[in-house]
Design a protein around this ligand. Structure first.
Ligand SMILES: [Cu+2]
Length: 162
């Protein structure tokens, strides 16, 4: 009885050691691939939420006349749009209108229409880039529309002041 008890005890110890060894081996192997997995590492990266700066509403300022501009009135065409929403000319006197044309390979021109929609001036069409100056005849005081004959969406206001 006592022998068999001792034997079974030894066997039990051996079995425990084997099991422990097996567990240890399993523990050594499993953490490796788990921590190396990038899919688990990515979500763990803390996402820094920066405070959103509250900027003041931008004030619409007139586009400064480009350096080297020669016209009495200067219009800038860029990205198939006039940068100037409104320009001013002096009434009852011929003036020059310069088109600063910044769209390479794209044709633009300038047409001026009076309040009744009549065309009072139309420049030649120019393929950019370039900076042609056109002579515009005297206009009566009033509010006109300028536009590009090629691109009707390119429009703005010409105020002629006496
Ligand atoms: Cu155009």
């Amino acid at each position: 009885m006592t022998r068999s008890t001792v034997r079974s005890g030894k066997a039990g110890v051996v079995a425990l050691v084997l099991v422990a060894g097996g567990l240890a081996a399993g523990c050594d192997a499993s953490p490796g691939p788990a921590t190396a997995s990038p899919s688990e590492a990515a979500p763990a990266t803390p996402t820094e939420v920066l405070p959103t700066e509250v900027l003041p509403t931008p004030v619409v300022t007139p586009v400064p006349t480009p350096e080297g501009a020669e016209g009495d009135v200067v219009l800038t065409a860029a990205n198939i749009a006039f940068l100037e929403a409104q320009v001013t000319a002096v009434a009852d006197a011929p003036f020059t209108l310069q088109l600063i044309h910044k769209d390479p390979g794209i044709p633009h021109g300038v047409e001026i229409r009076d309040g009744a929609g009549r065309s009072v001036f139309r420049s030649e069409i120019v393929t950019g880039p370039g900076a042609p100056v056109f002579d515009v005849p005297a206009l009566e005081a009033g509010t006109y529309v300028f536009l590009c004959p090629v691109h009707p969406n390119m429009t703005g206001t010409l105020v002629v002041d006496s």
